[in-house]
Structures are given as structure tokens and as C-alpha cells.
Design a protein around this ligand. Structure first.
Ligand code: CA
Length: 222
């Protein structure tokens, strides 16, 4: 397993590298965004640890450039900021996980292990719940053989439901994952979108997959 650490603070970077090497991972270091992007484009890493505040190119620019090139390497973001809006932005841009500084090395290594286990398949493998399927690579959604056309927002909402099938999702969880920071939690936008999804997915089907959990939120499952 080879890991790229893009972090300009030498002390933090060396600390991370030492911890990774003790776990028998190979670790390369880059100390600015440009060097980091360069290495990530040149070598096939299993994981990239990416600081947000970097000289030359920001972590966000590095991440966006990689995803635009179709690079699916899991990215663990390190940042001093823990604002929800930053988190949402990062995850939207293709970040896989997020760790706020300062962090314990145990937590860091646990996140690294989880991301390595998930690998690159997490982003592209087919999602299935009953006869509902979603292909994240092509964004194709089907119920049985019927092809379903979704708007971007409906797609994002359904993907969140499918990745968490069988779990009750509250409105605030949905808001945090699917809408941005300006989202007004008092509005009924989520319920409206769930209704749109129901009309497209469950209408005319033998079983309804989207369920209302009274007083709580929604659940997707059989
Ligand atoms: Ca930094």
C-alpha cells in the first residue's frame, strides 16, 4: 500500500509518515499543492492524505484537478476548519473522508484503514436495493428494467438513500449531505424532493421502497 501525504507543515507531515511507516505502508511526501498534484498524476497511490491550506495550489484545487482527470484514488482531507460548509464542499468535490486538526494518530490510522479497505471500488460499484439499481459511474438508475431519469438533486438524494439503505435518515442528516450550507431546515424542500423521488421510483411498482418514519425522517429499503 502506497500513500501520498500532501502537507506543507514538515512536522505534521513527518509525524504522519512515521506513523504510516510503522504500520508498514509506504509513504511519499509532497510539501505544496503543485508537487502533490505532480506526484499523484505520476504514481498510482492507494490513498492520498491531503491538507487544505497549501502553498502554490490549495488542497481543493488539487482534489478538483484529480477528480476531473478521472483519478479515483481515495482522498482523506486534513484541515483546521471544521465548518459544515467546508465539509460539504470537500465531499462534493470528491473527498472521501475528513479529519479536523488536531487529530489523534489512532483516529488517523483508523480512517486510513477504512479508506484502504473501501479502495477505489466504492465510488464506481453498482448500488442495489431490491430491484432498484444505480450505477454511479454512468449515473444510470433503473427500477427493474425501467430506466429512471432524475434531476441532479433527485439523484444526489437517491444516492444518499441507497448508500445508507435500511437506515433511518433524519431531515437534518439529509440536509447536511445533499443540500448546501444555505439550506433552510424549516423549509419543506426535503419532503417535496422525496415526493418527486417516490413518483419516479415507487409509483406503479409492487413494493414501495421509500418509507416515512413518522416523526423521524425517511428510510429506503424493502
Ligand atoms: Ca497547511
Amino acid at each position: 500500500m502506497r500513500i501520498l501525504v500532501i502537507e506543507d507543515e514538515k512536522k505534521v507531515s513527518n509525524f504522519i509518515r512515521k506513523a504510516l511507516e510503522e504500520e508498514r505502508y509506504a509513504a511519499d511526501q509532497a510539501f505544496d499543492g503543485e508537487e502533490g498534484l505532480d506526484l499523484a498524476e505520476t504514481y498510482d497511490y492507494d490513498l492520498i492524505v491531503l491538507d487544505l491550506m497549501l502553498p502554490k495550489k490549495s488542497g481543493m484545487q488539487v482534489l478538483q484537478a484529480l477528480r476531473k482527470q478521472g483519478n479515483e484514488t481515495p482522498v482523506l482531507i486534513l484541515t483546521a476548519r471544521d465548518a459544515v460548509q467546508q465539509k460539504v464542499k470537500m465531499l462534493d468535490a470528491g473527498g472521501d473522508d475528513y479529519l479536523t486538526k488536531p487529530f489523534s494518530i489512532e483516529e488517523f490510522l483508523a480512517r486510513v484503514r477504512a479508506l484502504l479497505r473501501r479502495g477505489k471500488v466504492g465510488r464506481t460499484s453498482l448500488l442495489c436495493v431490491s430491484d432498484l439499481t444505480m450505477n454511479p459511474a454512468t449515473r444510470e438508475v433503473r427500477r427493474g428494467t425501467r430506466r429512471i431519469e432524475l434531476t441532479n438533486k433527485e439523484y444526489a438524494l437517491l444516492e444518499y438513500f441507497m448508500r445508507n439503505s435500511g437506515r433511518v435518515l433524519t431531515r437534518s442528516m439529509i440536509a447536511e449531505h445533499v443540500w448546501n450550507i444555505d439550506f433552510d431546515t424549516e423549509s419543506n424542500v426535503i419532503d417535496v424532493y422525496v415526493t418527486y423521488l417516490r413518483n419516479k421510483i415507487d409509483k406503479g411498482a409492487a413494493t414501495a421502497l421509500i418509507k416515512t418514519v413518522r416523526g423521524c425522517g425517511y428510510l429506503l429499503g424493502e
